[in-house]
Design a protein around this ligand. Structure first.
Ligand SMILES: [Zn+2]
Length: 357
């Protein structure tokens, strides 16, 4: 077992979020983004000797630097309003799950107005039906964002690298929409905090098996945050489906500041590490870095068709660490409970090696 020096921010509040199930193509299926994830990661961090610290609570303004105020108010109150509307008893659904979505093309030139029924309001900010919002989801999401913010502040204070165990994860969340088992965009919140703390340009390297559509959209028109991602090609039929192609390069001031390296089904370490090299090149001149550390591209992970190994993840993080940038590593996906802890610790150890710590 490798030993870690870098601090790890971890909060037991992640346990408050238990999706219970997710509705996929109309069927209730067992969730993979489960509380056990946060526990196996903590066990591995402790076994590796990482100093585990609790996140500091942060004001709403740190979230509003990334997210729309109406969106935040919705996430905070949606569960209570769902209960008040009686859905846990009739029809017997105790998680907020939408059934209609206000697609832009359904309005034309007609103004979009918030509906009154909670069943319809549930679709206003949600991009899918697989991201149920229950009792404690808001508190857990808030604690995950606090972990990312705490890690960013430790890095601004001089720590070379800090890991934040963010659960629920965040990279599928945009300014005013959530989905993909994510509620608040922890990586974007950390990047924004680093910017406001004085980093002129922040790079984001997203290693999760899936494209971070939310993070991409948030920074797509900006030059001061460079979003880069290696992921399963959405054209091979994988979530988030609508985004993640190589020709999405950013627009306006952000032109050229978005780099996608999609890889095909069955891609292993060699192909994937080529993509990682392209991301490293794109963020090399930045003043600080956020790593969206998803490890669900591992060969044993049930959420992707990629075939990376633990050595591949360690090597990717070694290359990222060798950039020598002040870095916040934020947990994203990773769903095989038997390998998850080792993959996270192995990745962080690789980073420290590359960094020369
Ligand atoms: Zn993922």
């Amino acid at each position: 077992m490798p030993q870690l020096r870098m601090p790890a921010v971890w909060s037991e509040a992640h346990r408050l979020h238990d999706p219970h199930g997710e509705v996929w193509v109309g069927i209730l299926i067992p969730p993979l983004e489960v509380p056990e994830r946060g526990e196996v990661i903590r066990e591995a961090l402790v076994a590796a000797g990482a100093p585990v610290v609790a996140p500091k609570p942060h004001p709403r303004s740190d979230l509003a630097a990334v997210h729309d105020p109406g969106f935040l108010a919705h996430l905070e109150s949606a569960y209570e309003r769902w209960v008040d509307a009686g859905f846990p008893d009739d029809p017997g659904q105790d998680r907020v799950v939408p059934y209609v979505f206000p697609l832009p093309q359904s309005f034309g030139a007609v103004p979009r107005r918030m509906p009154t029924a909670e069943s319809a309001r549930a679709g206003w900010y949600a991009m899918d039906t697989t991201t149920p919002l229950g009792r404690g989801t808001w508190e857990a999401a808030r604690a995950a964002a606090d972990a990312a913010l705490t890690a960013a502040e430790m890095v601004l204070g001089g720590e070379p690298a800090v890991y934040a165990m963010c659960r629920p994860p965040g990279h599928h969340v945009g300014r005013d929409f959530y989905g993909g088992s994510c509620y608040l965009n922890n990586a974007a919140i950390a990047a924004e905090r680093l910017r406001r703390g004085g980093a002129g340009r922040v790079g984001i390297v997203d290693l999760d098996a899936h494209h971070g559509n939310g993070t991409q959209v948030i920074f797509y028109e900006r030059a001061d945050v460079v979003y880069t991602s290696v992921h399963i090609d959405p054209d091979e039929g994988w979530f988030p489906h609508f985004m993640g192609r190589a020709d999405e390069r950013g627009v306006g001031e952000g032109a050229g500041a978005n780099v996608n390296a999609p890889v095909p089904e069955g891609a292993g370490d060699a192909e994937w590490l080529e993509g990682v090299d392209r991301l490293c090149e794109a963020v090399a001149g930045c003043d600080a870095l956020v790593v969206s550390l998803g490890v669900d591209g591992h060969v044993d992970d049930p959420e992707s068709p990629l075939e990376m190994t633990g050595d591949g993840y360690a090597e990717a993080c070694r290359r990222i660490g060798s950039l020598g940038l002040a870095t916040v590593l934020v947990q994203e996906g990773g769903y095989d409970l038997t390998t998850l802890g080792g993959l996270v610790v192995g990745s962080l150890a690789g980073f420290e090696e590359g960094r020369g710590a």
